[in-house]
Ligand binder design. Sequence first.
Ligand code: NI
Length: 270
Amino acid sequence: MIFESHAHYDDPAFDEDREELLGSMREHGIEYIINVAASLATTESTIALTEQYPFIYGAAGVHPDDTKELNEERFAWLREQCAREKIVAVGEIGLDYYWDSTPREVQKKWFVRQLELAKETGLPVIIHSREAAQETFELIREHHAGTTGGVIHCFSYAREMAEAYVKLGYFIGVGGVVTFKNGRKLKETVEAVPLSSILLETDCPYLSPVPNRGKRNSSRNLPYIAQEIAKIKGISAEEVVEATCRNAKKLFLEGRAAYGSDIGQSEKYD
Ligand code: NI
């Protein structure tokens, strides 16, 4: 069964058929889904989805573009959400120098705070990084490496950077871009990185793989991504599905238990 490690089913793109679509996941081989927040509002809508669907787990966090909405009071609220049983990661967090819609110093400050939050609550991180390769890596190495682990989502940098993250124990999130004709860089990364360090993701509703490129994406497209990884690695798609599912279970579902956390333990079964 497939483990979808990065989706946004609270996005308005799914308003018309969300229930029907999510209700069809099992018959399409999707066993688990991590719905990933990008703001305080989507942290709330992510929690709502985790309450409605047994197979959906959530990540709570604020995307670099939205870090300007954070202050101490809101951050304290975010911290409380991390104690929920079905919140299994802090994300998506990081740096985005492509859009640059929030001052870089503000992005960096709240990125570090959220890395610390992950350690404190025993949760792995889901990293978003765009055109900020070196600084993202330095902050992770300095403030998070060797603790709760995580995934570099929608990996878009050079192979060498992926290898450096793998050395630090992080996973590489591989999505629809790997099927694109111009996805050569990601194909090289997939070739270089061991299967034991790869997670499957869609980032839906965005980044639909070939042959559905340009259309609304959903986790039902994950087999196309698994097939492409299998082709690159010269193994079966089945092996890719099984290994990535094992990897994601280890990171997200056994993560807090393995690392331990005061707030996770004391407030888990309230
Ligand atoms: Ni995303």
